[in-house]
Write a protein that binds this ligand. Structure first.
Ligand SMILES: CC/C=C\C/C=C/C(=O)SCCNC(=O)CCNC(=O)[C@H](O)C(C)(C)COP(=O)(O)OP(=O)(O)OC[C@H]1O[C@@H](n2cnc3c(N)ncnc32)[C@H](O)[C@@H]1OP(=O)(O)O
Length: 725
């Protein structure tokens, strides 16, 4: 007996069991139609005298990915989740959740309303609402706290982590884990408990186990959450909701959960985080200006890969490749460096394996000092020193050694990928794979294509990035690609602000209060001031052109601040030398302390250049640094280097610490209002006419002239703009 009409299919199985199957591919999200289906089918099962028990499962081996995120922000119709789940819990016949695939968010909340939960061993469970700027408001905060206790519930709900079935069993979230067909196991089990009272299985009736150090626990968690959330409101609301579970009766706790959710639901932060969710998925659907795109470009199979150069980046890339299960040939010509790298890579793999409870992939890697060892690999990632001549030489050797068709990737962060490709006999096989340090940890990968890169090469690098657990974004080739190119105006404005009267502390505080984990100066100290210095030297910016009679603060016709160069000349390279924009207790220390030397240096510098310091507030810091960065983002879109604003936003959220609850720079611009961004850029450009980065981009002007359409419609304007160029 079967009813296939709705988005929750009803079947009677084993004679007496009502089986309700959620049907909303790909993740069986709880859309209005699915909720209606569940309500109807539960009612039907409970009113059918033949049915003794009920099992709820999801189609295609996937229980439920939670509420339908696409419905948020629309006029939500259909039955609400809370009464639907309450009705399941109140049922007088046993209801068993058969969890395969994912039970996330509203999906897990639905399962918590059931009387029993049986999970397949490969299932994953969690309440990730916090990552969407929300909280689990279908009773999740109230039921989970009662079921597994406050500390464990706080951990799951404030971080949004997914746990494995085995972990869920240990925590007490599920009652049984099986390697067999979870639906069949659940059906058999449901019959074994048919006829029994379910009173003891209704989680909402459980008392919430209170930890002895209750106040200290909440205080500690709240402090931790506030520190790591950097202004995000959802994690704080999650703690408040769990506290309500611990201190209030269930119905009152539910009222508090709803109240907190109401504030989050309509917040700009929730919009930003939900935008990020979809943007992260949208970047996988890449397209190149040539028209080549993800659906029509088939990746090449990659079984064996090589890494050339085992410095910091090469080591991280080797680890990341080995962790995906690939065979890796790691090449380093310097013997000492090779020995050190072997040790470091083994350590990283062992630590990673321990953390994830898996075997370290040490035997996946073979080391060599000889580039000939890469002859049989399918793909090479070059990670040698950032020098064009050296990279060209390595690539030429690779072309001679590798089997035909091997993909040649460079991990350059700044050099011209197309120029490198043009030196090769097969330029179509060359792409950039720009990893971020540490490469085995950081989620972002920029896949850089030039005009000669083949769609297949891009598809292969994108797919490999995905396998490595990266968020891969395909971008065009230009100076700094997307991320570093946008960083240039941001850094430049920060330097100018120091010249005009700000301190590194003031600038960093403004940016950290905005939500960055580190302000620009603390970040520069961490990465090393010498890196930018080397680039500026290569660009011949460091030496003033006295012959031209121009000021020491003008280079190549534009305003320039030599502050960073002057610090480097003093050997102040940041944390590694114990001094940079801040001072550190010793080289390598991480705690940045205010440095009186630096403050006097700034005073002298301003006096020497006739600069009269003025008071600068946080608003000016944010507008100058962030709007200049955003302006460059518009230029990148104009140039077709990024396909859409989502690509830029994903790069900034996953690679540059842009706070997720602000959605990325381009989303932030859309929230601030494009007309306001334009007006402020024009204002600052008038005040600083010698700064080209403050000149508003034509695309920004065009968007404002087109009534500032919402961000999802920018691509149409960009397309029109580009077709008119
Ligand atoms: C009124 C509210 C009351 C109560 C609170 C309840 C709130 C919630 O439940 S909020 C939702 C909580 N759930 C999640 O956050 C889970 C989100 N999804 C995922 O983490 C993953 O999609 C997955 C682990 C479930 C599957 O991963 P994977 O197999 O890698 O697939 P994709 O991520 O690429 O997703 C495929 C496809 O499905 C879309 N999608 C996924 N989840 C949802 C969802 N909950 N609602 C709507 N759409 C969803 C996803 O966007 C992909 O489609 P596109 O490529 O077109 O974007």
């Amino acid at each position: 007996m079967c009813d296939k009409g709705s988005m929750a299919q009803y079947t009677r199985v084993s004679g007496f069991v009502g089986l309700i199957t959620l049907q909303n591919p790909p993740v069986n999200a709880l859309s209005a139609a699915v909720r209606q289906g569940i309500v109807d089918m539960v009612e039907r099962a409970l009113s059918d005298p033949i049915v003794k028990s009920v099992v709820i499962c999801g189609q295609n081996g996937n229980f439920c990915g939670g509420a339908d995120i696409k419905e948020f922000g629309t006029n939500m119709s259909g039955p609400p989740l809370v009464p639907m789940i309450d009705a399941i819990e109140a049922a007088n016949k046993p209801v068993v959740a058969a969890i395969e695939g994912s039970a996330l968010g509203g999906g897990l909340e639905l399962a918590l309303g059931c009387h029993y939960r049986i999970a397949h061993s490969k299932a994953r469970l969690g309440l990730p609402e916090v990552t969407l700027g929300l909280l689990p408001a279908a009773g999740g905060t109230q039921r989970l706290s009662r079921l597994i206790g406050v500390p464990a519930a706080l951990n799951l709900i404030t971080t949004g982590i997914h746990v494995t079935a085995a972990q869920a069993l240990q925590l007490g979230i599920v009652d049984q884990v099986t390697d067999h067909n979870a639906v069949e196991v659940a059906v058999t089990f449901s019959l074994s408990v048919a006829g029994q009272s379910m009173d003891a299985r209704r989680i909402s009736t459980y008392p919430c186990p209170l930890p002895s150090d209750f106040d200290a626990l909440f205080e500690g968690v709240m402090q931790k959450v506030r520190q790591s959330a950097r202004g995000a409101i959802a994690p704080v609301a999650c703690v408040q909701a769990v506290r309500a579970a611990a201190t209030l009766p269930y119905t009152k706790g539910m009222e508090r959960e709803q109240e907190l959710m109401a504030t989050l639901f309509t917040s700009g932060q929730a919009r930003a985080q939900q935008y990020c969710f979809f943007a992260q998925r949208a970047v996988g659907r890449w397209r190149m200006p040539s028209g080549a795109r993800w659906e029509t470009s088939k990746p090449m199979p990659v079984h064996k890969a090589a890494v050339i150069g085992l410095g910091t980046m090469g080591r991280g890339i080797t680890v990341a490749l080995a962790q995906t299960g690939l065979s890796v040939v790691a090449v380093e010509t310097q013997e000492k460096q090779l020995m050190e790298a072997k040790q470091a890579v083994s350590g990283m793999l062992e630590r990673g394996a321990k953390r994830h409870g898996v075997a370290p992939m040490l035997d996946r890697i073979s080391y060599s000092q000889n580039i000939q060892a890469v002859a049989e690999v399918d793909l090479v990632i070059e990670a040698v020193f950032e020098d064009m001549a050296l990279k060209t030489e390595v690539f030429q050797q690779l072309s001679a050694v590798c089997k035909p068709g091997t993909l040649l990737c460079t991990n350059t962060s700044a050099l011209d990928v197309d120029k490198l490709a043009s030196e090769m006999p097969n330029p179509e096989l060359v792409v950039g794979m720009h990893f971020f340090a540490p490469a085995h940890v950081m989620k972002l990968l920029e896949v850089v294509y030039g005009p000669r890169s083949s769609p297949q090469a891009v598809a292969t690098a994108m797919q490999l990035g995905k396998k490595m657990g990266k968020v891969s974004v395909a971008v065009g080739n230009c100076r700094g690609f997307v991320g570093n190119r946008m960083l240039m105006p941001y850094l430049q404005q920060a330097f100018f602000l120091l010249e005009e009267g700000a301190t590194p502390e003031l600038v960093d505080r403004a940016l950290e209060e905005f939500g960055f984990p580190m302000g620009v100066f603390r970040m520069s100290d961490l990465s090393g001031l010498d890196i930018g210095w080397r680039v500026r030297k290569r660009d011949e910016l460091v030496e003033p052109d006295m012959a031209s009679g121009q000021s020491a603060r003008i280079r190549q016709g534009s305003r320039y601040s030599p502050l960073g160069d002057l610090l480097c000349e003093q050997g102040r390279f940041g944390q590694k030398t114990g001094q940079g924009w801040y001072r550190y207790d010793k080289p390598g220390s991480r705690v940045a302390r205010s440095d009186p030397w630096l403050h006097s240096f700034l005073v002298e510098y301003r006096a020497r250049h006739g600069l009269v310091p003025r008071s600068i507030d946080h608003q000016e810091v944010l507008e100058r640094c962030l709007y200049a960065l955003i302006n460059e983002g518009f230029r990148i879109l104009e140039d077709g280097i990024a396909a859409g604003p989502e690509d830029i936003d994903v790069i900034y959220v996953f690679g540059y610490g842009w706070p997720r609850h602000r959605g990325g720079p381009m989303f932030y611009a859309s929230m601030v209002g494009l007309a306001k961004i334009l007006e402020r850029l024009e204002h600052y450009q008038q005040a600083h006419p010698d700064v080209p980065y403050l000149q508003p981009s034509s695309l920004l002007r065009r968007l404002v002239a087109s009534d500032s359409p919402p961000i999802h419609r920018w691509r149409e304007v960009i397309k029109k703009y580009q077709s008119q160029l």
